[in-house]
Design a binder for this molecule. Structure first.
Ligand SMILES: Nc1ncnc2c1ncn2[C@@H]1O[C@H](COP(=O)(O)OP(=O)(O)OP(=O)(O)O)[C@@H](O)[C@H]1O
Ligand SMILES: [Mg+2]
Length: 320
């Protein structure tokens, strides 16, 4: 169990963003601050949380939790595909290989779920049965396991835009990716997903769905960005999933969906001004992120209360 008082103490110190002048060109994603160099990127994972493609605030120790867990999964999946991580000089920081990003996000899904307007459950409920070329049977229920995992690729939208789910044939037609590379990425993504399912089951979790990003470095396919974290993946508790499913209750969630559900319950649909995350929600979200990390790594996450920006800067500039 994570000590709530530590999470609460960290609330005023969360890492909202960085702006180091001497670390390369800055590209700010929704969650990560990337300092781009010739061959590497200094990647700071901040405590920002995004949902509905919007940044909504910060969650204590979220950046550290993401890096911690992704690092663990990168290790667990290194036999399947090479990844971009070179070093982790600070809890929130990676030095990664700079890749040529492939402009397709490989989404792998094992269950019929979601709350946003673009989720497959919402589309299914409205009558859709074809998901990027994957045909689903009638009569399925919310949170039900799919007959087999499917891949629903999406385009990487420009900043501020929503990603768009697109069938492979359409991706080929638009010239985003060629069939050979797409098939190769599909094969790797399925292997990664199955590994995720297996490891998660060992920890009493259901690995529901996830998203992988790949790039090319020196002619080689690399898994980049992050892997199998609660930001990119859904995790449910396995223990009472069946019982809850039968009663049409929500599964117990250990991922960002907790925050999405809270937002949806406040009436937020992704448009207009999002509600401000309360401190209670931020602390609860933090404890779930950390719980997932500790569940997998089997180690207690070291939590140091205090400002993070200074300690990162010091690691980057040891003589400053
Ligand atoms: N090794 C890498 N080489 C090049 N780009 C990378 C690498 N790893 C991750 N990226 C890119 O860096 C960015 C990481 O930032 P972050 O995860 O915050 O972005 P995002 O919010 O998911 O997406 P966006 O960039 O569309 O806002 C992503 O655009 C990701 O594709
Ligand atoms: Mg990302």
């Amino acid at each position: 169990m994570v000590a709530r008082d530590i999470l609460r103490q960290q609330l005023p110190h969360t890492l909202e963003g960085t702006s180091y002048e001497d670390q390369g060109e800055l590209y700010r994603g929704k969650v990560r601050d990337n300092y781009i160099k010739e061959e590497t990127i200094t990647m700071v994972t901040t405590d920002r949380i995004s949902a509905f493609d919007r940044v909504l605030g910060t969650v204590p120790f979220k950046g550290q939790a993401l890096v911690e867990l992704a690092d663990w999964w990168f290790g667990e999946t290194a036999d399947i595909v090479a990844n971009h991580v070179l070093r982790r000089p600070h809890p929130n920081l990676w030095t990664v290989r700079r890749c040529d990003p492939i402009q397709v996000e490989m989404v792998v899904r094992g269950y019929l779920t979601g709350v946003t307007s673009t989720s497959i459950w919402t589309a299914y409920e409205q009558g859709d049965r074809d998901f990027c070329g994957n045909e689903l049977p009638d009569g399925m229920r919310k949170h039900e396991q799919l007959p087999e995992p499917i891949i629903t690729p999406s385009t990487k939208a420009a900043q501020g835009d929503h990603d768009e789910s697109v069938a492979p044939e359409e991706l080929y037609r638009r010239g985003v990716i060629d069939p050979g590379l797409f098939r190769e990425l599909s094969k790797i993504s399925m292997q990664l997903y199955h590994r995720g399912v297996k490891r998660a089951a060992e920890q009493g979790m259901i690995f529901v769905d996830t998203k992988y990003e790949f790039g090319i470095s020196k002619g080689k396919i690399m898994l980049m960005d992050e892997v199998n974290t609660p930001d990119s993946s859904r995790y449910w508790l396995a223990e009472d999933y069946e019982a809850r499913f039968e009663k049409e209750e929500e599964p117990r969630k250990f991922d960002k969906e907790y925050v999405r559900t809270w937002l949806a319950n406040q009436g937020f649909t992704g448009k207009g001004k999002p509600p401000t995350l309360t401190d209670d929600i931020r602390v609860e979200a933090a404890s779930r992120y950390i719980e997932v990390v500790e569940t997998f790594t089997g180690e207690e996450m070291p939590l140091e209360v205090g400002p993070i920006n200074d300690s990162i800067y010091h690691v980057l500039n040891p003589f400053a």
